[in-house]
Design a protein around this ligand. Structure first.
Ligand code: HGY
Ligand code: MN
Ligand code: MN
Length: 369
């Protein structure tokens, strides 16, 4: 916030903590060129995911201000809240709220690991959650949005290219699956008398991998990243086991195949093991194709600077997805070394970061001219 204040930008924080900071243009009423990303991270994550896009946007605005470059359209830095979904399990919470895909009622349904709703946490934090329309997002006020981000896969690094120009971003569905059985003594309960949700979860996890590998498309991926068990004691047969399921594809049919086949299989597994089960979709975003105009502006800038590049898709989701079906959106990728991300080993060479920031600056100026 201090860096933004030092630049003398007008700062606004909305009801869920999205931050927007504006540099005026000649045409005060013109639609803004928006750029930014997120600063929240996954647990045990890396240093570049999201932060690069925010720092890159801040630097672009700083250069425009310091070099007294007068743009026609205002330029707006945006920092989206809760992009990773680390607190409430649903990714893109801030940008979903900004574009009206999440309402206060949705925030009252999402809970953190302490059982507190997103609404309660946001209210206790002191944000004006009740006058949330205060900064309602009006598509007419945005000319375009451009997000600089690390690639988070290995394509650019393997191809030894500096810049990725994103054409499409995968969609996703996030599920929470729960199996409930009968907790019992680990030593005294014969195998034939057990109603064990842990073994059911194991069968489900193996089935999910088989589905994604064999039944859907090469671009379909599915991940179980979280498992919780009650009472979670070595000598007690669990009573309840919950797993997260993260399903993604640039083709929504791939996601639908996984969801429908999985629901059928879960019913079978639960029935065979005399268990209850829950199969809940707790978050989703559709695959999006990015704006041809913004993609071209990025590509023209890359060519002017003579940087190596390729057009590509993104398997990771981004806040840009939420804006893409209401305003023109583009994304600029820089390589992730060995494709590692969401881990402390996440790394991007600083010469590539410089190129990415250069391309962001050039594209923002082009779009704001
Ligand atoms: O999960 C994602 O794709 C993003 O990093 N939130
Ligand atoms: Mn991430
Ligand atoms: Mn990210």
């Amino acid at each position: 916030m201090n860096e933004i204040k030092e630049l003398g930008l007008e700062i606004r924080v909305d009801a869920v903590g999205n931050i927007r900071a504006r540099l005026e243009g000649n045409n005060k009423d013109g639609p803004v060129v928006m750029t930014g990303s997120h600063i929240d991270s996954v647990r045990n994550g890396g240093r570049f995911d999201g932060v690069l896009g925010v720092v890159g946007a801040l630097e672009a605005i700083r250069v425009i201000k310091e070099q007294n470059i007068k743009t026609n359209n205002p330029i707006e830095l945006v920092i989206f809240a809760e992009e990773e979904g680390s607190n409430f399990g649903s990714t893109l919470l801030g940008s979903k709220f900004m574009v009206g895909r999440y309402t206060v009622d949705d925030l009252k349904k999402l809970k953190n690991s302490d059982g507190k709703t997103a609404y309660q946490v946001i209210k206790e934090f002191g944000l004006g959650i009740n006058n949330y329309s205060a900064m309602g997002f009006k598509p007419s006020e945005i000319k375009c949005m451009i997000e600089l981000h690390i690639e988070q896969s290995v394509v650019l690094d393997k191809a030894e290219l500096s810049i990725g120009i994103v054409e499409a971003i995968a969609g996703m569905k996030t599920l929470r699956m729960v199996f409930r059985g009968v907790a019992n003594h680990a030593g005294a309960t014969p195998m034939g008398l057990r109603q064990d949700p842990m073994v059911a979860a194991g069968e489900a996890i193996m089935f999910i991998e088989k589905l994604a590998k064999e039944k859907a498309y090469p671009s379909t991926v599915a991940t179980v990243g979280r498992i919780s068990c009650l009472p979670n004691v070595p000598n007690v047969i669990p009573g309840e086991v919950a797993i997260s399921v993260d399903v993604r594809d640039v083709k929504s049919e791939g996601i639908d195949i996984i969801i429908s086949e999985l629901e059928k299989e879960i019913k079978q597994i639960a029935k065979a093991r005399r268990l209850d089960y829950e199969f809940q979709i707790i978050g989703q975003s559709e695959p999006v194709v990015l704006s041809a105009d913004v993609v071209k502006a990025i590509e023209d800038t890359v060519k002017e600077k003579g940087y190596s590049y390729m057009r590509m898709n993104s398997g990771a989701v981004h806040d840009a997805c939420m804006l893409a079906d209401i305003v023109p959106v583009g994304m600029i990728f820089v390589p992730s070394i060995n494709g590692r991300s969401h881990v402390p080993e996440e790394y991007t060479r600083y010469e590539d970061i410089k190129k990415g920031c250069d391309v962001l600056l050039g594209t923002v100026i082009k779009m704001a001219e």
